[in-house]
Design a protein. Sequence first.
Length: 98
Amino acid sequence: MNDIYIARSSAVAARALEEEMVIMSMRDSTLFTLNGAGAEIWSAADGRTPLGEIVRDNICAKFEVEQDAAYADAEAFCRALTEHGILRLSDQPIEPAG
């Protein structure tokens, strides 16, 4: 598996609501509501931790799902958020914005 790195975009506003996360894109004011698994990925998206590690340590451990399937779902989720400017994605660690 070729791992990817994800980082939160600086062009968003985010607020945790219980186990969910609400994110607003500053680019177009679109709102996104992330479920528990999505919120775990968002919270761990530091640009330095590979997605595979996030899935193993945060998703599989908490939600009792199989790692390969969870990784495929997480990668698709991250790519979708990247298309909306919510996450940044790279095959190398990502330096903090700013």
